[in-house]
Write a protein that binds this ligand. Sequence first.
Ligand code: NDP
Length: 248
Amino acid sequence: MILEGKAALVTGGSRGIGRAIALRLAAMGARVAINYVSKPDAAQEVVDAIKAADGDAGLYKFDVAEATAVNDGVIKIIEDFGRLDILVNNAGITRDGLLMKMKEESWDQVLDTNLKGAYNCIKAVNRPMMKQRWGRIINISSVIGFLGNAGQANYAAAKAGLTGLTRSMARELASRNITVNGVAPGYIDTDMTRDLGDEVKEKVLAEIPMRAMGSVEDVAGAVAYLASDDARYITGQFIHVNGGMFMG
Ligand code: NDP
């Protein structure tokens, strides 16, 4: 229980990768705030699963793209848990399409959620973590942020932006004993990727040296490591969890 006494916020903790991260951090002893925006039943199921395993968790609905809502949410989490030590910026969406046809709205929605969402959350936890002189911020990027992808200019730009945000915040916060790192998954089996057609899936698998999609637990394991004291001297880095698809 190496995170005993710590409190964590996992944005988009209700499904997929976020759910697995929340369960893993709870199993390590952290109390976990499960954030979601649209699916209360899924989020409640995660809280119930954590409590059933003798952990502690709470439900926090807010849109990470809305700064005021994020601030209010973080204040409530700190009221409930007394502290906030670990932030996992995981909430993310896709609105795919070739740039020629991409609507401005699709660009804005993806940038607002995937990049500005992380900024909003980091800004909200900045001061309390600085006061504690201990913090872990882990941003969930994507292999697409490093490789680019036709049809995902908005998503790739947002995820590449997370690289600059991660490295800059790592420099700003290092002296306060707050590390800021990223995990960049490749293709992971979740709701986000489940609807890819068989043809696309085959093409993707051909690009992965390990010839398989990853699991949500593969990503949660990397986050767990970065949150632990074993990673105390690591900041501004990305762990690539992608079966060899990109070697950064
Ligand atoms: P899912 O679509 O399965 O889940 C997305 C989660 O984000 C849900 O919990 C959802 O909440 C939440 N969410 C979406 N928008 C917001 C918002 N505005 N505010 C708060 N929460 C929000 O996604 P994955 O688990 O697949 O992806 C998680 C992260 O991993 C994303 O950042 C994604 O870009 C990244 N990633 C995923 C890969 C994959 O192959 N799956 C590969 C590389 C990166 P709700 O349930 O309420 O809708």
